[in-house]
Design a protein around this ligand. Structure first.
Ligand SMILES: NC(=O)c1ccc[n+]([C@@H]2O[C@H](COP(=O)([O-])OP(=O)(O)OC[C@H]3O[C@@H](n4cnc5c(N)ncnc54)[C@H](OP(=O)(O)O)[C@@H]3O)[C@@H](O)[C@H]2O)c1
Length: 449
């Protein structure tokens, strides 16, 4: 007889379990999916749901029971769902095991998700704008209703890393992140670095491959990367950024010659997002950045994405993989859907954030500066002495030829660099284009000089 605290072992259970594992096909479970949006991502979800995948081999079948769109007459490149509607109320009347949201704007997505979570239906989303702005309150609603909101596909959909951090509050107590999060910018800068293409040619190649929107400015001017940084900050529970907390710079000023000059100092130029939180203060920047070639993010060429995280207990934890596209996003969404149905409903990390926005501190980094001299070949000694007159130490000068040279400057804020640029322009007619540098680029370049 067993006591209340002992565990009884029933040997007959073991062969039975084995026979299920080895000889039985898994029981088939058909999941009724509701799809909010049937655009690039929604169609990829519908195609994947209908196909044969490792999920179907494990007994999961998906039936897209209904989809909400703006225009039911639009041609779709996917099996059509049982019900296609433009009427949100009609969509909500459907019966779903899980709803996948791929609408792309905060409203009506927020209202619809709140209604679904309120009914206890798990929701999976790829919508970064929504998660950044409303994720915490929706996750709290899900927890109250005993269901889940999952959003792995909203942040680096091709690099599913949030699940690895989920339920690990110590490892994910983060204070620094740096990443390559915009595939289009990375593709363009990789082309400049690889074959010295002009910026216009590299952009044209990205457009020919269908990588950009008709207006590519959100990618090229750092705005998409900024949205992703805000999303990451909210997922990390850092709190709201004040508007001036992040120094945002686009990639349009980078040239093939900048890339070549970077190579001469053992570095490459990558489109980075970078942010650090120290207590209630945050600083960050977005833009083309000089990175030593031995830095993990330097290896991410083409459309690859990646992120490096540091915190109280971990440092330089890296995740990288393919940039987001409809198919990988759909795979991450369906994996999330299965997870939301297989496990006890958990609240994915979206910690309560402080009501007060964080305070902003200027990001201080090293700099890589192209100085252009009108009509004469620069003399490095003169360059050093001119800049030291402005209180900025020049660590290294490269490529002093052909009316331009590239300088590696000791750590400074954007404000200091702007003042130096203005003074050089006014007093010496020297035009500067400045990029940030990280990862000890100055020290690295000096060992290579
Ligand atoms: N594209 C990617 O590779 C990718 C990767 C990761 C994450 N995401 C995220 O996934 C989401 C969807 O992206 P997407 O590229 O699939 O966008 P999309 O092609 O523009 O598709 C949006 C879909 O939502 C529908 N829709 C939009 N507003 C609606 C409204 N008010 N009422 C009803 N239906 C509405 C549209 O209907 P119609 O078709 O009738 O116009 C369309 O089917 C976004 O949050 C995006 O950030 C996308």
């Amino acid at each position: 007889m067993s006591s209340a605290s002992s565990i009884e072992f029933d040997p007959s259970a073991l062969p039975a379990a084995r026979s299920v594992a080895h000889h039985s096909r898994p029981a088939v479970r058909t999941i009724q999916v509701g799809l909010l949006g049937l655009g690039n991502v929604g169609q990829a979800v519908a195609r994947l749901a209908a196909g044969v995948t490792p999920l179907s081999e494990r007994g999961w079948r998906f039936q897209v029971a209904g989809a909400l769109v703006r225009d039911t007459r639009r041609a779709r490149d996917c099996p059509l769902p049982a019900r296609l509607t433009t009427d949100a109320a009609a969509f909500l009347r459907g019966s779903y095991d899980v709803v996948i949201e791929a609408l792309g704007t905060i409203e009506p997505a927020r209202t619809l998700i709140a209604r679904l979570l309120g009914r206890g239906i798990p929701v999976v989303t790829a919508n970064k704008a929504l998660v950044a702005a409303e994720g915490a309150s929706l996750a709290a609603l899900a927890a109250r209703r005993g269901t889940s909101l999952r959003y792995e596909a909203s942040a680096l959909a091709g690099v599913p890393f949030l699940g690895a951090l989920d339920a690990r509050p110590l490892v994910s107590d983060l204070h620094h992140c740096v990443g390559v999060v915009n595939g289009t910018s990375n593709f363009i800068l990789s082309r400049l670095a690889a074959d010295g293409a002009s910026f216009a040619d590299a952009l044209a190649a990205a457009q020919a491959l269908g990588m950009t929107e008709p207006d590519p400015s959100r990618d090229l001017d750092g705005l998409d990367a900024c949205d992703k940084l805000m999303l990451l900050a909210s997922i990390f529970g850092w709190g709201r950024f004040p508007p001036d907390a992040v120094d945002v710079c686009g990639i349009r000023d980078v040239t093939g010659r900048d890339s070549a000059a970077a190579r001469t100092v053992g570095c490459t130029i990558k489109p980075l997002v970078c942010a650090s939180r120290d207590g209630a203060t945050v600083s960050g920047f977005i833009g083309p950045t000089l990175v030593p070639l031995d830095h993990p993010l330097a290896a991410l060429t083409g459309t690859l994405s990646g992120i490096q995280l540091s915190g109280r207990f971990i440092s330089d934890l890296c995740f990288s993989g393919p940039g987001a596209g409809p198919d990988i996003t759909a795979a991450t969404l369906l994996d999330d859907a299965v997870e939301s149905l297989s496990s006890a409903p958990t609240r994915l990390r979206l910690p309560r954030v402080p009501a007060e926005p964080l305070a902003a501190a200027p990001a201080v980094t090293e700099w890589f500066v192209r100085a252009q001299f009108p009509g004469f070949v620069p003399d490095p000694a003169t360059v050093r002495s001119v800049l030291s007159g402005f209180g900025v130490a020049v660590q290294h000068v490269t490529g002093a030829e052909d009316e331009a040279c590239w300088l590696l400057l000791a750590p400074a804020s954007r404000q200091q660099i702007v003042e130096v640029e203005a003074a050089l322009r006014e007093t010496h007619r020297i035009r500067c284009v400045s990029f940030r540098a990280i990862g000890g680029a100055c020290a690295w370049s000096m060992t290579r000089a």
